[in-house]
Design a binder for this molecule. Structure first.
Ligand code: NAD
Length: 433
């Protein structure tokens, strides 16, 4: 048996802070509150519903993850956030229209009590939104200090023992890393000089890491996948993970593509189109914001299919992704996929997938799991990029120079084997007799 890590117990309250109190965040809060009250089941959440085999098959040990891994309980969670538009989580949920008014009614006073703090917001990064509840400051350094003060105030007022931050804000315009992102020193100088390359999400990430608060990035924009943030996370001993919640179409892609590859079926093309009508769809209607998302969505197939290893099967794939803003659909997205595959002697076949999904219903349990697992990682003395959480991401951030892993089944194995190792159990490799 490997030695278990020393994991501090999950005593006291855990605060979950979300920059962005929109559809995903409000649906996540509502689901936790409803589950606490016995009004709903936390479907889609590994921390709440998944079991994990321990030991050899004949031992028959298959406990719930939360029975053997010391995770914070749902009763100990409190929520907070920042938003330039939503005044509180109830208004955000009503605007998002994900949950029915019947489902919101019993939760309304608790959701209304989650008041969004004024945001660090700059329309340059999200052209389609007009922020009204926005912080002002002398420069970006000043704004970062205001977020740090918000975090501390929340910690004290809510009596939190620990905090985690999960970015649930809009996708920011596309950006490449620049010199200001190279080191903590250059980033701090950039904050003071109001450097135009520093996006709002990076100010939250900086504030979190300076405050010792683990950070997860639910959107595809740059925030912690920057050298300065990795340096800061290592220096302050803080776990980080990203990026871009793996929900609708990309979830399907990472479920289907490993299956085609396992059977050595070839692929000639994968055309994906989406129609959605929520605020996220509106933001992504701007080409600069869509580009950020497109890069994140396109990266998935290559790493799963390995065209460099299988050029005759996967060397010539046309992979196209489109997102169209179509208001009548609201949060209930429709994602169409046309997949052109080929088999024995090169004979072509087509697969059509029409996924009528609910984006925020798929994303909400991911917010919960990431918050609980990041908190666990911190109590287990872990810091820096948490690669074992790749399972949750469209663009998983690898730790140190290796390519990311996109295959959801490998990701799941890594997640569970990491938990097994931390609690002193053998990894399950399926290699036993
Ligand atoms: N729903 C999904 O399935 C899914 C999947 C992957 C990624 N995402 C990403 O998650 C994020 C949230 O999605 P959503 O559907 O809740 O969108 P949403 O538009 O409903 O909510 C985003 C919220 O962020 C706020 N915001 C914008 N800039 C901000 C800032 N600088 N600081 C604080 N708040 C800010 C907006 O006012 C809005 O209320 C988006 O970036 C989206 O691309 C969602």
């Amino acid at each position: 048996m490997p030695d278990a890590l020393e994991i501090a117990p999950a005593t006291g309250k855990l605060g979950i802070l979300t920059p962005g109190v929109g559809a995903v965040a409000s649906t996540a809060y509502a689901g936790v509150i409803a589950t606490r009250r016995g009004l709903a089941a936390p479907v889609g959440s590994l921390t709440q519903m998944a079991h994990m085999r321990l030991g050899r098959r004949e031992e028959g040990r298959n406990p719930l993850i939360r029975e053997v891994v010391p995770l914070a309980g749902l009763d100990d969670l409190v929520f907070g956030g920042w938003d330039p538009i939503s005044p509180n989580a109830l208004e955000a949920a009503r605007t998002a229209g994900v949950l029915t008014s019947e489902d919101l009614a019993p939760l309304s006073s608790e959701l209304e009590g989650i008041v969004a703090m004024p945001a660090v917001f700059d329309q340059r990064w999200v052209k389609k939104l007009d922020g009204v509840r926005v912080k002002t400051g002398t420069d970006k350094w000043d704004l970062a200090q205001q977020v740090i003060a918000d975090i501390e105030r929340f910690r004290v007022e809510e009596g939190c023992d620990r905090l985690v931050m999960v970015w649930c804000g809009s996708t920011e315009a596309y950006q490449e890393p620049s010199e200001v992102h190279a080191t903590v020193e250059s980033f701090e100088a950039g904050l003071r000089a109001d450097d135009e390359n520093i996006a709002p999400s990076q100010i939250y990430a900086y504030a979190a890491l300076v405050s010792g608060v683990p950070f997860a990035n639910g959107a595809p924009n740059l925030s912690i996948d920057l050298p300065c943030m990795q340096e800061l996370a290592a220096r302050n001993g803080v776990p980080i993970t990203g990026k871009d919640f793996k929900t609708g179409q990309t979830l399907m892609k990472t479920i289907l593509a490993p299956g085609f590859k396992a059977r050595m079926l070839g692929m000639r093309g994968w055309y994906s189109t989406n129609i959605l009508g929520n605020r996220d769809g509106e933001v992504l209607d701007d080409p600069e914001n869509f580009k950020t998302k497109e890069v994140s969505k396109l990266g998935v197939l290559d790493t799963i299919l390995q065209p460099e290893v299988y050029p005759e099967l996967y060397g010539h794939i046309d992979h196209v992704v489109r997102i169209n803003y179509y208001p009548p659909r609201g949060d209930n997205k429709e994602g169409w996929d046309n997949i052109d595959i080929f088999g024995w002697m090169g004979y072509p076949m087509q697969i059509k997938v029409d996924f009528l999904c609910r984006d925020s219903i798929l994303a909400a349990p991911i917010v919960l799991d990431l918050a609980l697992f990041l908190d666990l990682a911190q109590r287990a003395g872990q810091s820096g990029v948490q690669e074992w959480l790749s399972f949750y991401w469209k663009s998983p951030q690898p730790a140190g120079g290796v390519p990311p892993e996109h295959d959801i089944f490998i990701q799941q194995t890594k997640l569970k084997n990491t938990l097994r190792a931390w609690i002193g159990e053998e990894p399950v490799t399926h290699a036993e007799d």
